[in-house]
Design a protein around this ligand. Structure first.
Ligand code: DI6
Ligand code: FE
Length: 408
């Protein structure tokens, strides 16, 4: 027998619908009804149609609390084994992130730990991180591979990512990040590694249904623009969307490269220049801001927020949750950092984890509250939308609903 259809009704909420091109789209004293996992009606509680009377018996009275769409964390690396607290200590002693990487630490330290873990322990290690995001209001989550760097291990990471979605009842989008670091067995054989990822792993993992998009770490300590281009060409040939770790530690013109391939998003952008901003604007590529790594690395170069804003480039905000540069388990804290460190307004931060984050994952049916969209909803212990960026830490969610079903 089928499980009962995911339906429900919330009354007397202050709803930030984020409908429209700007603003919160507030509905005061609002009601929202959903059936079969989709929003069936929303509007003023006083105007709720009789057709929804049957849902009234089990309706929830929000007593004026804030209701928003489920949050979307569109850039994470949360599947991995081990931790890198020792590198945190090293950086506090003044050793740089790039120096640690050159000495065999950094991403490759997590590769060693992840390769040593079996799939079950990888899931056990990763689930609590996803759960922390969920408890904080995240109902859609992107997870990248890139800590196994061999074909079978990357497949395991992506399967664990999918499994996290089914275990927690939230939607997980997977990204193949084969070009994250050069694995030791390929040192001095860069070209062979890139060719293998493009011509062997990608088609295979794609055929297994494990890849929703392709990413690369285009960086001095990562992969060059030429290598990234090769990867993007292979992805586009399979019809897969691309995105890019662009211009974080150095300006390799990653933003322009991402735009050239019609990337969904260009991520980081601390070193992006005017040319990169113009290219993003022309291509309609989302600027994915990751203040967690900026904070953890104690960066001083800010992404070009004013230029992005002026060029009307949509700005998303994500945690970049990873063991090295952003051990950040809360998307709301990322929103706070986006405001405090990058100068976003709380409105921009909220649109950045809803409307614009949905766009960065090519998901059109969520990120806002409107009839027909997925019933991904969060009821908050807050009265105003700015509070979501204002409070730092602690739990603010009262109820989290994904696809019409309560998940937290
Ligand atoms: N994303 C990444 O892939 C790298 N930086 C970032 O923002 C590094 C991840 C790591 O050090 O494990
Ligand atoms: Fe990242």
């Amino acid at each position: 027998m089928n499980p009962p259809a995911a339906q429900g009704l919330i009354l007397h909420a202050r709803m930030a619908t984020l409908a429209g091109d700007d603003g919160y789209g507030l509905i005061e004293d609002g009601a929202i009804a959903w059936r079969e996992g989709r929003i069936a009606w929303l509007g003023s509680t006083a105007e709720l149609p009789r057709a929804f009377d049957a849902l009234r018996a089990t309706a929830l009275d929000a007593h004026g609390a804030l209701l928003t769409p489920g949050l979307i964390d569109a850039h994470t690396h949360l599947v991995f084994a081990g931790e890198r607290a020792h590198e945190f200590e090293q950086r506090l002693e003044g050793i740089g992130y790039e120096a640690i990487a050159h000495a065999g630490g950094g991403i490759l330290a997590t590769v060693r730990a992840t390769r040593a873990a079996d799939e079950a322990s990888l899931l056990t290690a990763s689930l609590p991180r996803a759960l922390a995001l969920l408890a904080d209001g995240v109902t859609t989550l992107e997870i990248k591979s890139g800590y196994a760097l061999d074909s079978e291990g990357e497949a395991s990471m992506l399967r664990v990512a999918r499994r996290i979605g089914s275990e927690l009842g939230i939607d997980v989008r997977t990204t193949l990040l084969g070009l994250h670091a050069l694995p030791p067995e390929f040192s001095d054989q860069r070209a062979d590694y890139v060719r293998e990822v493009c011509t062997q792993w990608l088609p295979r993992l794609h055929a297994e249904g494990l890849v929703d998009a392709v990413d690369a770490f285009c960086e001095g300590i990562g992969f060059s623009a030429t290598e990234t281009r090769q990867m993007f060409g292979a992805a586009r040939a399979l019809g897969l969307p691309v995105k890019l770790h662009a211009d974080q530690l150095s300006n390799l013109q990653g933003a322009a490269l991402a735009a050239e391939f019609g990337a969904l998003s260009a991520d980081h952008l601390e070193c992006t220049d005017a040319r990169g901003v113009a290219a993003l604007a022309a291509a309609g590529t989302v600027a994915m801001l990751l203040p967690g790594s900026f904070y953890a690395l104690r960066e001083t170069r800010l992404p070009p927020i004013a230029a992005l804003r002026a060029a009307r480039v949509p700005m998303a905000v994500a945690t970049d949750l990873n063991p090295g540069t952003s051990p950040l388990r809360s998307l709301r804290v990322a929103m706070n950092m986006a405001c405090t460190l990058f100068g976003l307004t709380p409105l921009e931060a909220l649109r950045g984890v809803t409307v614009h984050a949905a766009r960065a994952l090519a998901l059109t049916g969520r990120g806002r509250l409107a009839t027909g969209l997925r019933a991904d909803l969060v009821l908050w212990d807050a009265a105003t939308p700015a509070e979501l960026s204002y409070w730092i830490g602690g739990t603010l969610t009262r109820m989290v609903i994904a696809g019409g079903t309560r998940v937290a």
